[in-house]
Design a protein around this ligand. Sequence first.
Ligand SMILES: [Fe+2]
Length: 236
Amino acid sequence: MKLANINPSNFNYDYDQIEKDKINFDYYSKYYRLHTDAILPTKIKIDIDLFRKEIVKYHNLFRQWGNNRNYLPRYGISLVNYTGDIYGENDIACSPLDQYNAGVKKEDHLTEFDFNKKTELFANLKSLDSLNLISEFMLRSNILLWHKHANFIPHIDTAPLNNYNLRLWGTDDPSNYNFYFLNKQVNMDDIEPGRIYLIDTTIWHWAEAKADWIYTFFISTTNSIECFETIKKILL
Ligand SMILES: [Fe+2]
């Protein structure tokens, strides 16, 4: 950088640009007004008994989750992906997106907003009907299946910035699940099987299965004004 004249009277302000910066401060406030805690229950509740029966016919269409940590039994099937297809050779929605982007050229990078096609699971699994409350806003979303020791190591998924999505989460079996935000363990006695929670993934978090056959509902949504309003209305 070049040397500068640091006298304030010498500075030529661009007030249009300064005004535009406010969008970021406003969004940041709006984000944390909605995410008043790391994990917040919503009205959405998946009928777990029905879900466990219905998902069996799709067991042969689950995929290994990404290919970076194949020593763990982590699988997924898309609810919302890039094409709406769950039968193709590859489904890039069934992997960590940062890992996918690391393997392709910058101009081919994808964001969660590129994944907006619902798969047939949405129509065929009646147990998922309660997701209709937010279905119009859903982006890349998956049902994860974990066996014992499967995990996500500590990470952050989103930021309180305009170009990031929102995240929701639930599991069928909280008693066999470890979930941490920062250094605090989520009290799984407070978590209802099948209940969908708004989660704040701007916070460091990790998760782990303590037993086999644990499902996680892994949902992302747009961050539109309408989506914020809808989620605000369905928080319990
Ligand atoms: Fe995460």
